[in-house]
Ligand binder design. Structure first.
Ligand code: PLP
Length: 441
């Protein structure tokens, strides 16, 4: 007899139910989150989770893999077609291992990589000293230029001085378009590899609302769970240009995955990635990608009208970075207040931030998940108004950068004050009523 989850583990069952309810009743505005389809979740929750298939299609270390082979090859083919690349690896368990696999494949221990600093919007796996990449390899970082934009001339100059073996572009908190062509020219001039980590913007690239790095980079990495709207997971793409530079790249990447980093792939996850790639190849996904950007730009304009300061002055993609220093509100305090008001996002460092990462001065927000729910430009006015009202409740709640003890005392006081605040839950009630009009699948 099949025992349902409800019977086997009522505690987990009710926690999942509660999480579903939470996701339904709030505005999910974490720039890296989305709502996957039921089809994706069905594949993720399938019997494929029972299988071990270490190795790659046609060369596994376990028997019984003819179906797993078909699943993986289907995912590979769909990705190759969608991105126009000759080789795809769908086995990285997530974005961080995908990036590590690339480093293991193209760098020897101690060789040099160069990416944007974490403080300016790069990712921790792009050579930060506390991560694996920063510990095993030599890492130098470039910074943003004035107006918080990429300064390609300065990057080129630094690359020519530093001579890294690997140049990385693609970011976690950069709201502007990336000039992949220019990055390709810089890498070619220096004779190094170019890796584009497009985790955040893959869905936009597929939809044609952000240029693709494929003609210019040697390797592209991406998570599958952000704008692409698939399950958690990642892919590594090798471009024609990458194959020309090193025809052995696919083999090196496979060796980096296993035995380098991982054991068996998660076949259920691979199947779910395949499903999301099929969904991403449709005309309606293209429309979705366009709407993500249209919503982000409409929201950016409305937030500016409400007196918010946008890093770089706006957005070209799915995310907005607000510098809250002009409001005299700490970013973490604002994120807590907004959650109490039914709007979920993350606090985030801003260029030139004097605060430590745990008390960063800004917030990062994005439109991928609310766009999946069906929100349009006209709805952004209302959302911006809720931001204004919620942040007004905590205006003046900033924190010192140089006094740890005072910071901790004040933060506790602010949290207690927010718990007693009556206006924030009142906004959350309005948000919940609004969300009802936009049901999730
Ligand atoms: C640019 C970028 N690369 C890599 C990752 C890591 O992905 P994961 O959390 O799946 O390891 C992220 C996650 O936020 C990201 O933004």
């Amino acid at each position: 007899m099949i025992q349902s989850l409800k019977h086997t583990d009522p505690q987990i069952f009710s926690l999942i139910k509660a999480e579903a309810k939470r996701q339904k009743n709030v505005l999910e505005m974490i720039a890296s989150e989305n709502y996957t389809s039921h089809a994706v979740m069905e594949a993720l929750g399938s019997v494929l989770t029972n299988k071990y298939s270490e190795g790659f299609p046609g060369k596994r270390y376990y028997q019984g893999n003819s179906i797993a082979d078909e699943v993986e090859m289907l995912a590979q083919e769909r990705a190759k077609h969608l991105f126009g690349v000759p080789y795809v690896n769908v086995q990285p368990l997530s974005g961080a291992p995908a990036n590590s696999a690339v480093y293991f494949a193209v760098l020897k221990n101690g060789e040099k990589m160069m990416g944007l600093s974490l403080a300016m919007g790069g990712h921790i796996t792009h050579g930060h000293k506390l991560g694996l990449s920063g510990r095993l390899f030599t890492s130098v970082h470039y910074e943003l230029g004035k107006d918080a934009l990429l300064d390609y001339d300065a990057i080129e100059k630094q690359v020519m001085q530093e001579k890294p073996q690997l140049l990385i572009c693609g970011y976690t908190a950069y709201p502007r378009e990336i000039d992949f062509k220019r990055f390709g020219e810089i890498a070619d001039k220096a004779g190094c590899y170019l890796m584009a980590d497009v985790s955040h913007i893959t869905g936009l690239i597929v939809a044609g609302v952000h240029p693709s790095p494929v003609p210019y980079a040697h390797i592209v990495t991406t998570t599958t769970h952000k704008t692409l709207r698939g399950p958690r997971g990642a892919m590594i793409l090798v471009t024609e240009k990458g194959l020309q530079k090193d025809p052995e790249l696919p083999k090196k990447l496979e060796t980096a995955i296993i035995p380098g980093l991982q054991g068996g792939p998660h076949d259920n996850q691979t199947a779910a990635i395949a499903v999301s790639l099929k969904e991403a190849a449709t005309a309606s996904f293209k429309k979705y990608g366009k709407q993500i950007v249209a919503n982000a730009q409409a929201l950016a304009a409305e937030l500016q009208k409400q007196g918010f300061e946008l890093v770089s002055g706006g957005t070209d993609n799915h995310l907005i970075l607000l510098d809250l220093r002009n409001k005299k509100v700490n970013g973490r305090v604002a994120a807590i207040a907004l959650e109490a008001a039914g709007i979920v996002l993350n606090y985030n460092g801003v260029p030139g931030d004097e605060m430590p990462p745990l008390f960063a001065s800004g917030i990062r927000l994005g439109t991928p998940a609310i766009t999946t729910r069906g929100l349009k430009e006209k709805d952004m006015k209302k959302i911006a108004e809720w931001y204004r009202l919620a942040v007004k409740e905590v205006e003046g709640m900033d924190l010192p950068s140089d006094d740890k003890v005072k910071r901790s005392t004040l933060f506790k006081e602010y949290k207690a004050a927010m718990l007693k605040n009556k206006k924030l839950p009142a906004i959350a009630k309005e948000v919940k009523a609004f969300c009802k009009k936009f049901p999730i699948e």
